[in-house]
Each structure stands twice: as structure tokens, then as C-alpha cells.
Design a protein around this ligand. Structure first.
Ligand SMILES: [Zn+2]
Ligand SMILES: [Zn+2]
Length: 362
């Protein structure tokens, strides 16, 4: 909002879909087979992974081969019905209003369910507050009842990311940036109750929920040594700087990838176990990935530039929701160091911009 010209002059043509994502492709192959038996020639329409996915569906017993054709197995009925058009996953939780004869309010994707509809959570549905009074993991049902509680809840979660493999890499402003596959594990360990408007913490509860894991696509980048040195020189918090830069980048990426910030996740680590060094990760929050991190990898220079501009242009002193705070941070926005993030992002700019920036901060 502070840069309306930039915002409104954006091209908005970047609608993303990743048709090679097996979570998207496989259900579509079943739908196609319902219309007309599949043949080898259909690889022409469904891409390079066609044969592999068809073989898997055959193994899973959903397709049956007869001669040159694959047919739907007899037990499979109208596959389109089981496809979720809003996400890659078909496993949703139903949110049920217990006060209205157990009416279905909405469905929530399973990857968000634990952080949004855990027992004790306040959930907003069409502007109304609901208290979650039960979560049945087996039947995938969350029970809610209307509430006028003056507080909201914020889940605390631990997220870990492991690199499976880098598929692409490039050097941007002197640092290496990678794009590839990663495994994300998340455990929701508790939540805080915060008063509306004052943000005062009035309670904290622990939760015992199973760890969720999924494979997805991610981009990650090295951190310029100069940034590490400069941050140490002035005695700022390096981990807080990484975390703040990650948050701000996640809030900017939707401008480039046309997505919601809930579609993206991030992890920053001063020391990552797979690389042995400091790293910022940005990943697609959907199993298999939908192309967001890939877009971010493509446009990484623009992303760093927009992120720097946002932090720089924010009039707050130590960080606010307009720059480095994230509403969905699993770590309650701690630690964050806005000034360290500024240095980090300056060092991530192409040389000419970086020089200009440094003169300005002096
Ligand atoms: Zn701010
Ligand atoms: Zn965070």
C-alpha cells in the first residue's frame, strides 16, 4: 500500500498451476479415464510423467489395463466428485456447528487444520467467531460453537525442512539460490490466547497433535558472508535478521506469484543440517508444490528488491505487521531483527543497488 504505483502497474497474469504435480495429475488421469480409456498416445496431453503415474494408478488398483487401453477399475465411481478444486489434497476436515443441528460450516484443508481448528482455537467463519470444542482426527471433523470471547488464538508450531534434492541452481547477486524438492514437517505444540486490540497474552495451552509431513517444492538461498560480517560488526541479531527477511519475502512473493500468503511457508536457520550453513527457505504449502517457489526462484532478484523496499519504506522502528511480522508465524514472531534484515537484504541486491543503499544507510 505504500507503493501504489508499483502495485497497480504489476502484471497480474501469473496464475500458477503445476500440471506435473502427481497430486494434481493423478486424479485428473482418473477423470480422463472415466471419459475415455487412456492409451499411450495420451502422454502427448499429460506430459512426461504420464506413464509413471498411470503405472502407479494401476498398482493402486484404480486403473486396469486391457490390451492397449487403461480403464477405470470396476470399484472406482465418478472420480471428479472426489477432487478438491481449491487444493491439491483431497483430505479435508469438516467444520461442524454444534449449535445449529450439526450444520457443515466449511471444509478446511488438512495441512492447515491443526493450526487453525485445534481444540480451544477461535476460528473466524464469515466474520463470526467460533470456539473449537473438539477435533476428531480419525473422522476429520472439527466441532465448533459460536462464541463472543474477547480474545483470539495463535498456534505455536515447530516447522522443519529437509532438502531432498536441488533441481536447479543459479547465482544471483553473488549468492547461490536453489530450487528443488524438500520435505516439510510441522508439529503444532500449543497456542496462545491474545486479547483483541491490546494483544495482551491471557493464556497459553499445550496441545498434543501428531506431526504432519509432506513433500513439496522449495527455493533456498545462501547468505552473503558480507551480510554475516556486517551484522556481527554492529552487534545485531543474525537469527532475527534471517527470520525477519524470510517473513518480509513471504509477504512479497504473492505479488509475483499470484497466490495467498497462506499458500507459502518459510523456514530460516542460522545453521541448516543439510547444508551446514545459514539458509532461508520458502516453500509451497501444498503437497507436491503448485509452482510458487519455482516462480520465486525465477524472479529472485525482483523478490529481494521488493522485500528490501518494503522493510526500508516501513516507518516503524523495530518491525510491525506492515513489514517483518507475519500473522501466521509459528514462532510468535520471535526472534525478529528488522535492522539485521535490512543489512541482509542490502547484501542480496545486485551491486549497483547495494552501493546506493549503503550510501543511504550511512
Ligand atoms: Zn514495519
Ligand atoms: Zn516466523
Amino acid at each position: 500500500m505504500r507503493h501504489p504505483v508499483f502495485f497497480f502497474s504489476r502484471n497480474f497474469e501469473n496464475a500458477l498451476i503445476n500440471p506435473d504435480n502427481p497430486h494434481i495429475l493423478k486424479p485428473h488421469l482418473l477423470c480422463a479415464a472415466w471419459e475415455k480409456p487412456l492409451t499411450e498416445e495420451d502422454a502427448h496431453f499429460f506430459g512426461d510423467t504420464f506413464s509413471q503415474e498411470v503405472a502407479e494408478l494401476e498398482k493402486e488398483g484404480k486403473l486396469k489395463r486391457r490390451g492397449e487401453h487403461w480403464y477405470l477399475s470396476p470399484g472406482v465411481t465418478y472420480p471428479a466428485q472426489g477432487i478438491n478444486i481449491r487444493s491439491t489434497s483431497t483430505k479435508n476436515f469438516a467444520l461442524i456447528d454444534t449449535s445449529q443441528g450439526y450444520e457443515l460450516l466449511e471444509t478446511i484443508e488438512s495441512s492447515f487444520a491443526f493450526s487453525q481448528v485445534h481444540p480451544g482455537a477461535i476460528y473466524l467463519h464469515q466474520g463470526e467467531s467460533y470456539l473449537i470444542i473438539g477435533l476428531d482426527l480419525e473422522r476429520r471433523v472439527a466441532l465448533a460453537s459460536p462464541t463472543d470471547a474477547p480474545y483470539y488464538t495463535q498456534a505455536k508450531e515447530i516447522t522443519d525442512i529437509r532438502i531432498i534434492r536441488a533441481n536447479q541452481e543459479k547465482v544471483c547477486s553473488g549468492v547461490r539460490v536453489y530450487f528443488g524438492e524438500a520435505e516439510v514437517t510441522t508439529t503444532v505444540i500449543g497456542f496462545k490466547k491474545k486479547m483483541q486490540f491490546t494483544e495482551e497474552v491471557i493464556g497459553e495451552e499445550r496441545l498434543d497433535l501428531p506431526t504432519q509431513r509432506f513433500l513439496t517444492q522449495a527455493l533456498w538461498c545462501d547468505i552473503p558472508q558480507k551480510a554475516v560480517d556486517r551484522i556481527a560488526e554492529v552487534g545485531l541479531d543474525f537469527a532475527g535478521g534471517l527470520h525477519a527477511a524470510e517473513h518480509a519475502a513471504i509477504s512479497m512473493l504473492p505479488l509475483f506469484a499470484l497466490c495467498d500468503r497462506n499458500d507459502i511457508g518459510g523456514v530460516s536457520a542460522p545453521f541448516h543440517i543439510d547444508t551446514g550453513k545459514a539458509q532461508i527457505f520458502i516453500y509451497d504449502a501444498y503437497p507436491g508444490g503448485i509452482g510458487i517457489a519455482e516462480k520465486g526462484f525465477e524472479m529472485i532478484a525482483e523478490l529481494w528488491r521488493a522485500t528490501l523496499k518494503t522493510i526500508e519504506g516501513c516507518p516503524c522502528r523495530d518491525g510491525c505487521p506492515g513489514c517483518v511480522h507475519s500473522p501466521k508465524c509459528g514462532n510468535n514472531n520471535e526472534p525478529l531483527d528488522k535492522k539485521a534484515a535490512l543489512i541482509l537484504l542490502q547484501e542480496l541486491q545486485p551491486l549497483e543497488i547495494a552501493r546506493k543503499q549503503k550510501r543511504m544507510t550511512k
